[in-house]
Design a binder for this molecule. Sequence first.
Ligand code: NAP
Length: 239
Amino acid sequence: MNLQSKIAIVTGASSGIGAEFSKILVENGATVYGIARSIDKLKSIKDSLGDSFIPVKMDITKARDLEKWVDKTFDESNQPDILVNNAGLGYFADVDELSLDQWQNMLNVNLSGIFYLTRLIVPLMKENENICHIVNIASIAGMLGNPQMSAYNATKFGVRGMSEALFKELRYDGIKVTCFLPGSISTNFFNSVDAIDLHPNMMQAVDIAKTLKYVLETPDNFLINEIVMRPLNPKPPKD
Ligand SMILES: NC(=O)c1ccc[n+]([C@@H]2O[C@H](COP(=O)([O-])OP(=O)(O)OC[C@H]3O[C@@H](n4cnc5c(N)ncnc54)[C@H](OP(=O)(O)O)[C@@H]3O)[C@@H](O)[C@H]2O)c1
C-alpha cells in the first residue's frame, strides 16, 4: 500500500505508540482519525501534525457511540483503508488480588473494543476498491503467560486468536490483517504498574511505528500476518 491519501483510524491515538503511529501515517500522506478519550491530548497532537490528524473523542467500549460515529463519518467518498486497533491497558496483580472492575475494564477495552469497531469498519473495507489493512496490537503477552498477568494475558491471547481468524476470513475480500506482538515499550502504559519502571533498554515507540509503516507498505499480495518485537537486551542498564 502507498500511504499517500489513504484514510486511517488509530485507536489509542492520544499517547504512546498510538501517537507515534498517527505521526508516521500523517508524515507519509495519510489522513488519520485518532480515537481516544483525552481530547486535550488529541488536540495537542493535531496542533503538531496539522489538519490531516482528526481528533475523535470516544471511548471504544461504547459500541453505540462507535456506530453513530462510523455512520456519520464514512461513506462511498470517504472510506477507511487502514484500521489500527491499538487502545489498551494493563493491570497486573495476583489473580486473587485483581478486582472485578479491573478484569472487566481490560476485557472491555483490549478485546470487546476491537470487536465493536472492527465489525463496523469491515463492511466499508469490503466495498473499498483499495487493498485495506487492519493491524491489531496484541503483545508478547498474547503468546506467553506470566504470573500477575492472567487477565491481561487472557485479553491479548484473545486479540491474537481474533487476528488469526480475521486474517483467514478477510483475505479474499482484499483486507489484510496483522497482529503485533511487542515486548516492553517505553510509554505511559507502565504509569500504573509499581513493579516496572521505564528504562532505556525498553523498545521505543518510534521503532514500533517504523515497523507499522513497513508492514503497511508491503506489496498488495504480500501479508505479514504476525510480527513479534522484543528488546535485544530487556534488562535495565547498570548504572
Ligand atoms: N507499552 C508496552 O510495553 C506494550 C507492550 C505490548 C503491547 N502494548 C499494547 O500497546 C497498546 C498501546 O499501549 P501504549 O504502550 O501506547 O500505552 P499508553 O501510552 O498508555 O496508550 C494507551 C492508549 O489507549 C487509549 N485508551 C485506553 N482506554 C481507552 C478507551 N476506553 N477508549 C479509547 N481509548 C482508550 C489511551 O487514551 P485515553 O486514555 O486518552 O483514552 C491511550 O491513547 C495497548 O494495547 C497495549 O496493551 C504495550
